[in-house]
Ligand binder design. Structure first.
Ligand code: ADP
Length: 471
């Protein structure tokens, strides 16, 4: 059963029950009032008759004689009078009774003997009559009963009209209440229908972009809509993030397989060649073996880099401690000096910064610096210059590697941090295209970032920005 039907049923039942209760109270209050009115008029009439009745003593004590008034004087078309003696014999009767007599039961006599008047409703020839029985007492002796009756026909007509009105009224109002209740329930539940419909549409179309349009007040439905919409927004964000990660992973796997295939092809080609060559040409054999060795080294680098990025993707947390900038720069510079080759390497760092502390993993941070330094050596021709500098700006320190090498083309600049992205000349220099991705990840793991400035043909500056640890 739908909520709407249930609400309507509940509403109608409560409304109906209230109406019936109200009707019953009204009906019985009116009924009691009408009977009370009749009773009062009967009592008045009885008093009038009693006032005109005389009881006289006879000679034979204790016999007493009733001198009765003409009861027809007191009777009206619907008021009947009857007087009985203490034996129950009718002594006087109003003419409007015709052949009928007012009933006198044994209980009536015994109650009258006890001395108090009382009311009862009796049926006389099929019509209801309200009866007031008054005992006639003289000197403490019961000598007869006065019965004053009145037809209840008028009261019954009034009550039956009221009954009819109440029943018809209750049926009509119940019907109206059910219709209004149903309409109200529908209006109140319409936004929920909308929520359900939109949710179903989103489910079938898999379009997490959609939201439920709602312009009403911030009531229960408003809150439901807001919650539902923010849940959708969250779902959309998570879904997009997952989708992005998933396609990044797919691209990574595809690129990685592609990158690994080319050294393998070269190696296998060279091995074939060696097999065919045999011992024929020792020099050529030596060169081919060197080629193979170079390719294996390249592959090893590639696999190591891929492993580093895979660990990063798996959410590797670096262990960090406080280190001084000086020790980091010293160690990086010592290694760089050995790798500089035909390029001039200069460490030109501000000594006052040596004591600056950063919260870092020294090995990884050094790896990031060496990636930048190695790139600088790689892309700077012999005779060029590579400089390692450090400068602070606000609560950050920037470690820069500046070279006077080939620089980066403008169209390459936005892509160099992408995985496997290599500039035109990088391939023959043995690059994997993963170095800067790793360096960037390391910087980000230290709440830092890498910036780059470069001009094609003039050289580049890469800077790792790190937050300075405040004591
Ligand atoms: P690679 O292994 O190819 O060097 P990286 O991710 O380290 O991969 O660098 C991506 C690309 O950025 C390189 O292929 C190169 O084109 C460019 N690049 C990086 N550093 C420099 C530099 N110091 N001078 C010129 N180009 C650079």
């Amino acid at each position: 059963m739908s909520i709407r039907t249930r609400l309507t049923l509940w509403y109608s039942s409560v409304f109906g029950a209230t109406m019936i209760l109200f009707g019953l109270i009204l009906y019985y209050t009116l009924f009691a009032n009408l009977i009370q009115e009749v009773d009062q008029s009967l009592a008045q009439k009885a008093d009038q008759v009693l006032d005109s009745t005389q009881i006289i003593e006879s000679f034979f004590i204790p016999y007493k004689e009733l001198i009765l008034p003409n009861v027809d004087v007191f009777a009206t078309p619907d008021t009947f009078l009857q007087i009985l003696d203490n034996k129950g014999r009718i002594r006087a009767r109003s003419d409007n009774l015709g052949t009928r007599t007012l009933p006198l039961s044994r209980e009536t006599v015994s109650l009258a003997r006890k001395g108090s008047g009382f009311y009862e409703t009796v049926a006389v020839s099929g019509s209801k009559i309200r009866l007031y029985n008054v005992p006639l007492i003289a000197d403490g002796h019961f000598i007869g009963i006065l019965q004053v009756g009145r037809s209840l026909a008028q009261v019954e007509t009034t009550l039956s009209r009221l009954r009819f009105l109440l029943i018809v009224g209750i049926i009509i109002t119940l019907f109206a209440a059910a219709s209004v209740g149903s309409l109200l329930a529908r209006a109140a539940l319409r936004p929920i229908d909308k929520v359900t419909k939109t949710a179903a549409e989103i489910e079938s179309s898999e379009d997490l972009n959609r939201r439920i349009a709602y312009s009403g007040p911030n009531d229960e439905i408003g809150k439901l809509t807001t919650t539902f919409n923010s849940m959708l927004a969250r779902l959309e964000r998570v879904y997009n993030r997952l989708q992005k990660t998933y396609s990044a992973q797919q691209r990574f796997v595809a690129d990685a397989s592609h990158e690994l295939r080319s050294p393998l092809t070269t190696i296998s080609g060279n091995v074939e060649f060696l097999k065919r060559l045999g011992d024929a040409d020792a020099k050529l054999r030596e060169e081919t073996l060197n080629d193979i060795h170079e390719e294996i080294q390249r592959m090893t680098r590639l696999v190591e880099d891929m492993l580093a990025l895979a660990r990063a993707d798996a959410g590797l947390q670096l262990e960090k401690k406080l280190i001084s900038l000086g020790s980091l720069l010293n160690d990086a510079a010592a290694i760089a000096r050995k790798r500089a080759g035909a390029v001039q390497f200069v460490r030109n760092t501000d000594k006052t910064l040596d004591e600056v502390k950063v919260f870092a993993n020294k090995d990884y941070l050094q790896q990031a610096l060496l990636i930048l330094l190695d790139n600088a050596f790689k892309y700077t021709p012999a005779g060029g210059r590579v400089e390692l500098t450090a400068a602070s700006a606000g609560n950050k320190v920037g470690i820069s590697v500046t070279d006077t090498g080939q620089g980066i083309k403008e169209e390459d600049l936005p892509h160099i941090f992408e995985r496997f992205y290599r500039g035109d000349t990088a391939r023959e220099r043995g690059g994997t295209g993963l170095g800067l991705s790793i360096a960037q990840w390391i910087a980000q793991e230290h709440q830092g970032e890498i910036s780059v400035e470069s001009e094609w043909g003039r050289g580049s500056t890469f800077t790792i920005w790190l937050p300075i640890h405040q004591e």
